[in-house]
Design a protein around this ligand. Structure first.
Ligand SMILES: Cc1ncc(COP(=O)(O)O)c(C=O)c1O
Length: 422
């Protein structure tokens, strides 16, 4: 099986040396590094195979039985299966499986229900929100009148009372909940109460926690949210892509906002890969993996706290941890670079009340999905916490030791070895 992914680089190499070589190098990099980026994961070979299949040759603008092209019999089947599976795993009334990414999914919902200049309330980027939740550098912030809520400066958690007051004052047409760097459970019921009180729609962007929701380790945004958007490649462990779920009454609105509203032809090879990931997400193996993702994050956060490293919100309920480096003497950028040089991949991240630029930051975000899929457990979490601690304490003195230990763990858990997807 491992040979399969190894062979892709070698196969491509025969026709394009530069690209083939880089695919092989990327495989080696993933194999020899601890991937702790909270939004990354390791897909099954079936998901990867679908993405490299002949489906990429097919144009299928439109929806099953209502296409603008002939020859869509088989892609229609695939899209119908993907849609049914998505509804089943998320307990949704309607699914649109065509969004190319999380950003495309979010934009399609905005396009469906908002007019330029309409008021929206979303989470601030520095509190853990996403660029597509109204940042001025994103189309969402330029075309719509976004207002933002913050987390509490002490608890680093959403203050629902304050949010309620803000929402009543602003009276947005839409409230967006969900985040990229929020380690705590999101209370969708409370969000719905607030949205109802001010007459707003509620959109839940569950990009990060989708897999945990399917595994019932985080509350489901349905029946509370009107619209749910997600990526499929983070905790859900599918192809790099997007998905929109909604109540039946919004089905037509959402479908036409995706196509022809904001996208052209769907990527049917990716739709097929999404269908496979939705099937995998119904297995016992997926439930076990998800449970372990959360257990691993909890172990890692407890170990970091024990070593005196501060964490935003004091810990985690999900798959991600946000280190608060303000009292350590290193910035997020420095620590990310230190760790990268000893084969540990992370990302610098702003923290609530951030004083440094987003290119420097006082925080570092880490997550457990990728390493959990790889087979890591309690012991490896303890080791990772030690690597991070030693890197912060005295990187120059400890770097050779850390790299040697990382190498040992990587050898012990080769990519794909422990997976039984096919
Ligand atoms: C909460 C949230 N929404 C949307 C996105 C955007 O997803 P994509 O990168 O697939 O466009 C992300 C990606 O990190 C995210 O964390």
């Amino acid at each position: 099986m491992h040979q399969f992914s190894k062979n892709i680089g070698s196969f491509v190499f025969q026709f394009d040396e530069e690209i083939g070589k880089n695919i092989s190098c990327e495989l080696a990099r993933q194999e020899n590094n601890l991937e702790l980026i909270a939004s990354e994961n390791l897909t099954s070979l079936a998901v990867m195979a679908a993405m490299g299949s002949v489906l990429t040759n097919k144009y299928a603008e439109g929806y099953p039985k209502k296409r603008y092209y002939g020859g869509c019999e088989f892609v229609d089947n695939i899209e119908n299966i993907a849609t049914q599976r998505a509804c089943k795993i998320f307990c949704a009334e309607h699914a649109n499986v065509q969004p190319h990414s999380g950003a495309s999914a979010n934009f399609a919902v905005y396009f469906a229900i908002l007019k330029p200049g309409d008021k929206v309330l979303g989470m601030n980027l520095s509190s853990g929100g996403h660029l597509t939740h109204g940042s001025f550098v994103n189309v969402s912030g330029r075309y719509f009148n976004f207002h933002h809520y913050d987390v509490d400066p002490i608890t680093h958690q959403i203050d629902y009372e304050l949010l309620y007051e803000k929402a009543l004052k602003i009276k947005p047409k839409l409230i967006v909940c969900g985040a990229s760097a929020y380690p705590r459970t999101i209370n969708f019921k409370k969000f719905k109460e607030i949205a109802s009180a001010c007459g707003a729609y509620l959109m839940a962007d569950i990009a990060h926690i989708a897999g945990l929701i399917v595994a019932r380790l985080h509350p489901n945004p349905f029946p509370f949210a009107d619209f749910v958007t997600t990526t499929t490649h983070k905790t859900l462990r599918g192809p790099r892509s997007g998905l929109i779920l909604c109540k039946k009454k919004f089905a037509k609105l959402i479908d036409s906002a995706v196509f022809p509203g904001t996208q052209g032809g769907p990527l049917m090879h990716v739709v097929a890969a999404k269908a496979i990931c939705f099937k995998e997400a119904q297995t016992e193996e997926f439930k076990k993996y998800s449970k372990r993702v959360v257990e691993n994050a909890l172990t890692l956060s407890n170990q970091l706290l024990r070593k005196g490293i501060n964490l935003i919100s004091g810990g985690t309920d999900n798959h991600l941890i946000l280190l608060d480096l303000r009292n350590t003497g290193v910035t997020g950028k420095e620590l990310q670079n230190f760790l990268e040089s000893v084969n540990i991949t992370t990302n610098k991240n702003t923290i609530p009340g951030e004083k440094l630029s987003p290119f420097i930051t006082s925080g570092l975000r880490i997550g457990t999905p990728f390493v959990t899929t790889r087979g890591f457990g309690f012991r490896e979490m303890e080791e990772i916490s030690e690597f991070i601690f030693m890197a912060i304490k005295d990187f120059d003195k400890n770097k050779n030791w850390i790299k040697k230990e990382v190498c040992k763990i990587c050898k012990k858990y080769p990519l794909y070895k422990i997976k039984t997807m096919n």
